[in-house]
Design a protein around this ligand. Structure first.
Ligand code: FUL
Length: 649
């Protein structure tokens, strides 16, 4: 008996010591591992704990998918707005040729494995006949109010074996309880409808827009914890995108970050909507100030046109193949996911050019992946590694079979010898995040060229995936990888090599008809700032900086000799980190003194997150003066940065 006791005591304590001291044990927990940060934890302790965080099974599945499709379609499609008002009449919604099957199939054909449908955007209009509101397709002429787009998309997803994902905007401009506690009931009821009537939902999208103020502080009593737990009760495997399982990458231009940590620090039970583009995110320094370490990978959305919703004015803005490919490497290639959006038109059909572009892009990526030139390579350890260093653990395109180093060994090298010299321009490196979390802080890749090692790329984090697209192809039969620094130790899961042909770079050519600069002058009222040269020059690379002086009217005044002006073009600075014009009113006048009623008034919806060119159409015949009054901006300090202002003829 005694002997057995001693033996079991030895085994138990060995297991304890092993799991406390080594990071190379496999963790298997489908919910992932999150860790509370003890108060006063040191830098070393937080670093160590960060290596213990693991993704859930669903998060791994999501990261493996690389991309998801997005569909923005709703009342905004019929008004040409990015953000509605909640006051639209459901009667304007009548997409007579709607074909949800072809929406889903387009993504499928492009190699994308799931679709996020915006079931309700910020205007509150529901694409399914919700029992809880009148503001839905049930009150539209489409199919005499008998239609259900969520159902149609869910059926198409089943047919094409695609993951169904649903976006239910927490911000609801129509619902009168929005802004009160009562709204939580309303939101939960709608969520219940979506999560019980349409089969399995892979991901649920909680958007942050409208729920936070300019400082990023939540300004409405939304009960996030209740939303999250109810969603998981109804569908235990669901991924919650927003501030829970997946976070925003910080822009809507399909741009990722070279340093991208999946391990993040949060306070309380969830992350936050702001600061998602801070370079500090995921650093130990940043996490030291937080309460908990969680696995929290990012996603970068990208509308294939200028905005998320269809607008005939944007028909010329379909992104070039090169733009989409660059976004792929910038997001998917930098440890994030890419969410590509298609915008069906007022008939309910995806514009042909957009569908075509998506397919071209999808095919380019599919073709690229067909041939992994590292597949049968021999991988030789040079320094740092311990345990098994079989080649096939690295070149099997499976990141969950891996090499690793002992704790406190944060440098390691290996040589990858190909069977024969190959021409490549894409290199994929992966860590084994499932079993070791994310650790690598920097690494370099050398190629054997002209009888010597030449460094072809040095970079920072890897995480689930780093895909490097070289500026030009190289031909060689030998590569060397040098892991330069890591948190505690290194895991290396995969190395692949591909070739991607070059594509013609024809980024969208703006066919807008601008009035030549010599035909107009500009002045301002209540706005201080730079000289107007860079504001007038129709050059997106130059910026004008200014500040509103808070007087009773802040406005730009155009004086023109043109007989007719059809509109105004406002090109905001291409940055999320500066102020943009959000609310405006436009007046015209013959003498610059009497202005009369506005000829246009509105909001540049979503300008903070997607600062793209805005056009306001109005009628102005023989008016010499046009006044563009700024009624509200996105910054709190009155500063604005503008790329260009132009008149449209
Ligand atoms: C944002 C929204 O405000 C946009 O309209 C769009 O839906 C985008 C995907 O998310 O927060």
């Amino acid at each position: 008996m005694k002997t057995i006791d001693y033996i079991s005591l030895f085994i138990i304590s060995s297991i304890f010591i092993l799991s406390a001291c080594t990071t190379s044990t496999k963790e298997n927990n489908s919910n992932g591992i999150s860790i509370d940060i003890p108060s006063n934890a040191s830098v070393d302790e937080v670093t160590y704990l960060a290596t213990k965080v693991r993704p859930s099974t669903q998060q791994i599945d999501y990261q493996q998918r690389e991309m998801l499709g997005f569909i923005h379609f709703g009342i905004n499609t019929f008004t040409g707005k990015e953000w509605g008002t909640g006051k639209e009449d459901p009667k304007i919604f009548n997409p007579t040729k709607l074909d949800a099957d072809s929406w889903v199939k387009t993504f499928k054909d492009a190699g994308i494995t799931g679709v996020i449908l915006v079931a309700k955007h910020h205007d509150g209009f529901c694409l399914w006949p919700s029992k809880y509101t009148e503001h839905s397709i049930a009150n539209s002429p489409w199919k005499n109010g008998q239609g259900d787009i969520v159902k149609d998309v869910a059926e198409a997803c089943r047919k094409y074996d695609m993951k169904l994902c649903l976006y239910l905007s927490p911000w609801d401009m129509h619902e009168k309880t929005y802004g009160t506690n009562e709204y939580n009931e309303y939101y939960i009821h709608q969520m219940e409808e979506l999560l019980t009537n349409y089969g399995p939902v892979y991901l649920f999208w909680f958007d942050g827009a409208g729920t936070v103020d300019k400082e990023g502080i939540q300004n409405v009593p939304l009960d996030w914890d209740r939303f999250f737990s109810r969603a998981k009760e109804l569908q235990p495997n669901i991924l919650l995108s927003g501030i829970k399982d997946i976070r925003w990458i910080g822009n809507e231009a399909g741009k990722g970050h070279e340093t991208e940590w999946c391990v993040q620090g949060i306070n309380g039970t969830h992350g936050e909507f702001r600061n998602q583009s801070s370079p500090l995110l995921g650093t130990i320094e940043y996490m030291m100030k937080k309460e908990k370490l969680v696995w929290y990978p990012s996603r970068g959305g990208l509308p294939i046109r200028k905005g998320w919703f269809y607008n005939p004015q944007d028909d010329h803005t379909t992104k070039s193949l090169q733009y989409l490919i660059n976004s792929y490497f910038s997001t998917v290639g930098q440890n994030a996911n890419l969410l590509l959006n298609l915008s069906p038109d007022t008939l309910g059909r995806i514009p042909q050019k957009d569908a075509q572009r998506l397919l071209e892009f999808g095919n380019a990526i599919k073709e690229m992946k067909k041939n992994d030139y590292a597949k049968e390579a021999k991988v030789t350890p040079i320094s740092g590694w311990s345990g098994s260093t079989k080649s096939n653990l690295i070149v099997d395109n499976d990141p969950f079979t891996s090499w690793h180093t002992e704790d406190n060994v944060c440098k390691a090298e290996a040589i990858i010898s190909l069977k024969k010299a190959s021409t490549i321009n894409v290199i994929k490196v992966q860590e084994n995040i499932r079993d070791y979390g994310q650790r690598v802080k920097s690494f370099a890749i050398d190629a054997w060229l002209d009888n010597q090692w030449k460094e072809i790329k040095k970079s920072t984090t890897i995480g689930f995936r780093k895909i490097i697209h070289l500026d030009r192809p190289i031909t060689t039969d030998k590569f060397r990888i040098r892991f330069l620094d890591a948190r505690i130790s290194i895991s290396w899961g995969n190395f692949s090599l591909y070739f991607l042909p070059e594509f013609e770079n024809q980024d969208f050519i703006c066919n807008s008809n601008y009035l030549s600069q010599s035909m107009w002058k500009i002045s301002s009222n209540g706005i201080n700032g730079d000289k107007f040269g860079s504001l007038k020059d129709n050059n997106p690379q130059t910026y004008w900086n200014g500040k509103l002086t808070n007087c009773h009217e802040n406005a730009f005044i155009f004086e023109t000799q043109a007989q007719e002006v059809k509109g105004l073009v406002y090109r905001p600075a291409d940055s999320k980190d500066c102020g943009h014009i959000e609310y405006y009113t436009i007046y015209i006048s013959n003498d610059g003194v009497k202005w009369g009623d506005p000829v246009a008034k509105g909001r540049f919806g979503n300008i903070q997150n997607n600062p793209v060119e805005q056009t306001v159409i109005f009628k102005s015949k023989n008016a010499r003066f046009i006044k563009f009054v700024i009624n509200g901006i996105t910054s709190t300090d009155g500063r604005i940065k503008i790329s260009d202002l132009m008149l449209y003829k």
